[in-house]
Design a protein around this ligand. Structure first.
Ligand SMILES: *Cc1c(COP(=O)(O)O)cnc(C)c1O
Length: 295
């Protein structure tokens, strides 16, 4: 059976006083609504990997990630949904948390490995339980199949936008967006917000995935200290945005990209009447690891 990935996420106009004041329109591509566990861009990235696994007659998925990985959770649920067994190598010491508990509920086998061992993913893969019919998916779903899935964020759109915003971790989603814009001759400006420190490397990552960068601007000043780091200013922004709009975001990815968008709007970067699309890449279960920050 080929997995059914036919769901299209809605484009939704968001009401916020800042947008009204500046005379711009902001829509969200609600990839967070695709699925509660196979969330956002992780669904996009899994799609062509799972289709390929089926074509190669492989029924066992092996993947990699940190203990709070949205990708690990997505893979465990996709496996249970579409009939694959799943196994994951988790970086670092054995821990328990709500994400890993849900992964186990979805039937995923977990192995905790040292940071040194984790560097050698191909070697770990050869030790997996069903290695002769196992399919390898890299950390975060990274790779060319994932890029192909992310292109569909663009090809699904009902109307063109002058500007498109997304958060970036590995740059796979951004690469898919950049490729799809170029291939479909859409002249939107792509604004990519790395959530890690030193985000200039994102341009190299996107190039490795064969993305053209003519339409891309990197906004590297919105990492708030690094991956999964936050500041009181970022937390206050997230609280305020969620309460004003009814759209949930989290501070690891979408909160940072949205902060960048709002900061640029405040600086009058966009002209009156311009239309902006924000890709809501999902990942709301990340909030479960940050509850203490919101109290
Ligand atoms: C994984 C993730 C990202 C990062 O996507 P990349 O393709 O690795 O750049 C962005 N947003 C959310 C919510 C994620 O879970």
């Amino acid at each position: 059976m080929t997995p059914d990935f036919s769901f299209h996420s809605p484009e939704q106009k968001i009401r916020h006083p800042l947008y009204t004041q500046k005379g711009i329109e902001v829509c969200f591509k609600r990839d967070d609504m695709i699925h509660p566990f196979i969330s956002g861009n992780k669904w996009r990235k899994l799609k062509y990997n799972l289709i390929k696994a089926t074509e190669e007659n492989k029924k066992h998925i092996v993947t990699f990630g940190g203990a709070w990985s949205n990708h690990i959770l997505a893979t465990s649920c996709a496996g249970a949904t579409f009939g694959y067994s799943t196994e994951a190598f988790i970086r670092g010491e054995e821990v328990e948390n709500p994400i890993l508990t849900m992964c186990k509920l979805f039937g995923m086998q977990l192995h905790f490995v040292s940071r040194e061992a984790y560097q050698h993913k191909k070697e770990l893969f050869t030790t997996s339980i069903h290695r002769d019919h196992a399919y390898f998916i890299d950390e975060g779903g990274y790779g060319i199949e994932a890029v192909r899935g992310c292109k569909e964020i663009i090809t699904e759109l009902s109307t063109p936008y002058q500007h498109i915003f997304c958060a970036a971790g590995t740059g796979t989603t951004a690469a898919g967006l950049a490729l799809a814009l170029a291939e479909n001759e859409l002249n939107s400006q792509l604004h990519v917000v790395p959530v890690l420190k030193g985000g200039d490397f994102m341009a190299e990552e996107m190039k490795k995935l064969r993305a053209p960068l003519q339409q891309t601007i990197l906004h590297t000043d919105y990492h708030f200290g690094g991956y999964a780091k936050t500041t009181p200013e970022l937390i206050a922004f997230v609280k305020d945005f969620v309460a004003q709009t009814g759209v949930m975001v989290e501070p690891i990815y979408t909160g940072k990209a949205l902060f960048a968008l709002h900061h640029l709007i405040e600086q009058n970067t966009f002209q009156v009447g311009e239309r902006i699309l924000f890709i809501h890449t999902g990942g709301l279960t990340g909030l479960l690891g940050m509850l203490d920050k919101f109290n």
